[in-house]
Design a protein around this ligand. Structure first.
Ligand SMILES: C[S@@+](CC[C@H](N)C(=O)[O-])C[C@H]1O[C@@H](n2cnc3c(N)ncnc32)[C@H](O)[C@@H]1O
Length: 191
């Protein structure tokens, strides 16, 4: 089993809102599981998530952060969604390992200093703002960090330039993972 039963039951409940809420925009379950497993294998402890929505992906990252004594900083521009995500994380008993930030990630990310530099970044908000999110978060990343960018299958043309940019970053090893929405998996080695 990937997660403790009380966490899994909240994940299952939030997963089910796909059928009832138009604006959930959450990653498919198989993608969430794979991202969690990558983070677990990498023993990631310091997460930055850009695009919280109702907290589906956040629940996964928070569960891994809890395993390694880490923390998640997650950003969303919608008050309603931040409120809902906060309730879901509370229900899962994970709220103490998550800080929810309300506002435009293009401005907010640069103002937040994580407890330890981010070793896992998930980029999943407005696709044509992805470069701005990256520029804000890069100075706060660890010498070795994972950057996962969602929607490389579902929004391939919008993200093509950004993916090319990721692949050309110094120290980057990057590949497409065609699971769920598709995501670009970038390992950034700055050491
Ligand atoms: C695709 S959804 C995130 C889904 C979530 N990662 C999941 O898989 O459960 C994108 C979210 O980004 C938020 N968003 C849009 N523009 C933003 C911005 N400039 N800064 C922060 N959040 C933003 C939206 O409100 C929306 O909830």
């Amino acid at each position: 089993m990937m997660f403790e039963p009380h966490i899994q039951s909240v994940i299952d409940r939030v997963n089910a809102i796909r059928d009832s809420v138009d604006d959930h925009w959450q990653i498919p379950r198989n993608e969430a599981l794979l991202l969690s497993q990558i983070a677990r294998i990498g023993q990631c402890r310091s997460f930055c998530e850009i695009g919280t929505s109702y907290g589906f992906s956040t629940l996964h990252f928070a569960a891994i952060a809890r395993e390694f004594g880490g923390h998640v900083h997650t950003f969303d521009i919608s008050q309603r969604k931040v409120n809902a995500a906060s309730q879901n994380l509370t229900d899962a008993g994970l709220i103490d390992v998550v800080t929810l930030h309300l506002g435009d990630a293009r401005e907010l990310v640069a103002t937040i200093m994580p407890e330890t530099p981010y070793d896992f970044v998930f980029v999943d908000a407005v696709k044509d703002q992805s470069l701005e999110y990256l520029q804000a978060v890069l100075p706060k990343t660890a010498p070795r960090s994972i950057i996962a960018t969602d929607n490389t299958l579902s929004h391939a043309s919008e993200l093509a330039g950004f993916v090319e940019h990721l692949r050309q970053l110094p120290g980057a090893v990057s590949c497409d993972v065609p699971v769920g929405n598709g995501f670009e998996l970038t390992l950034l080695m700055q050491d």
